[in-house]
Design a protein around this ligand. Sequence first.
Ligand code: PGA
Length: 246
Amino acid sequence: MTYIFANWKMYLTHKEGLALARKLQTVSIPDDVTLGVFPNMITTAAVKELLEDTAIQVGAQNLAWTPAGAYTGAVSAFIAKEIGLSYALVGHSERRYIFAETNTVVRKKIEACFDSGITPVVCIGETTKDLEEGNREYRIKKQIMKALEGLSVKDNQLIIAYEPVWAIGTGKQCAPQDVIEMHTLIRKEIKSYTDAEVPLLYGGSVDAQNVVSYIKLDCVDGVLVGGASTHYDSLISLLGAVQESR
Ligand code: PGA
């Protein structure tokens, strides 16, 4: 299975998100590809309805770690499940570094997803500072440890996306060889906490031009795409490139 996850972030307005979802209604998705879109929270339920009769999965960009109660502004994994969402991004670097989400919060969100049957897509990755200070491995290992240590995981119950922060939205591409090295390290770390099957994605400036260089790697189970997934033409070109590479 190859995962193509489209993180629309806050790039699209509600109306733009609905328009893009309508255009996607007629797109055919190969059986061995899981296409998932992650609209903003306001738009998500309507996009889910629009894509109900398609193979396209809909996920949340973020969820709260509590199930219900007096948490102004929060949306729980249970609510996400109730409207039929399948996935939730957890610990995206924009949540970690702009909204100050800690590894502890990320872990609670993973558990909340498990409790409600949502598959968390846990994002990990080093910053430019980590890279410059030689802390790349340290950062990755710590994020994985905090996410997985002592956690009981079933096959495919959780997905990890390696997204070097310096490659997100910058057009700076992580060389495929670099991805191989990091994914090898990440797989080894995952293995030290669980024997479960954990799909491993790559994300960071992925587009129609470079997507094949990543998905053709044995160690890459799919991609998490931001900017290039927010326009119909660029998303379709990316899907086409994936299909042609088969
Ligand atoms: P990008 O974003 O494709 O725009 O670099 C990826 C992501 O943040 O998931």
